[in-house]
Ligand binder design. Sequence first.
Ligand SMILES: C[S@@+](CC[C@H](N)C(=O)[O-])C[C@H]1O[C@@H](n2cnc3c(N)ncnc32)[C@H](O)[C@@H]1O
Length: 143
Amino acid sequence: MVAHDLIKLAKLPDASILVDLGAGHGAFLVAGLLNGCAKVVGVDAHSDLTSGLRPLLPESTCELISGDCRELLIPTGNLYIAAWTTWTPQTRAQIRQQLQFVPKGAKLWVWTHEMEEPEWALRRVHRVQMPGYMIQVFLYEKV
Ligand SMILES: C[S@@+](CC[C@H](N)C(=O)[O-])C[C@H]1O[C@@H](n2cnc3c(N)ncnc32)[C@H](O)[C@@H]1O
């Protein structure tokens, strides 16, 4: 539900490509496919997660990558990116470097930490109720 709500709030252009950096159990990937994304790309370091998802999602529109999202070549096009930022500061810095190459207009939900990058404009702050606690998530757009 959370992934679905966040994708709706991001107001993605038609046929966006959704990239989930740390795709976990694939909630954003499924929500992306149900909300008009042309393609979803999920990367996760735990290969059991990505291999478990593979038989469940359509091969033609879903690319699953077992590996380190810091090494992902982020696709071009209308992009939407979901990123968890419970990563170490060093990992966050590496992800920010990759995001330099993302096209203008790309949307990015970042969890739990604000980004201070001049080329990413903060568009929305949203509270998400998790079991027993509340977090804030931040929607940015590349400008
Ligand atoms: C909290 S889960 C996110 C789940 C997913 N985005 C969702 O909303 O359902 C974070 C995921 O990031 C993955 N992860 C952490 N560091 C990573 C890295 N450097 N490269 C790829 N995946 C990573 C973990 O294996 C975990 O599945």
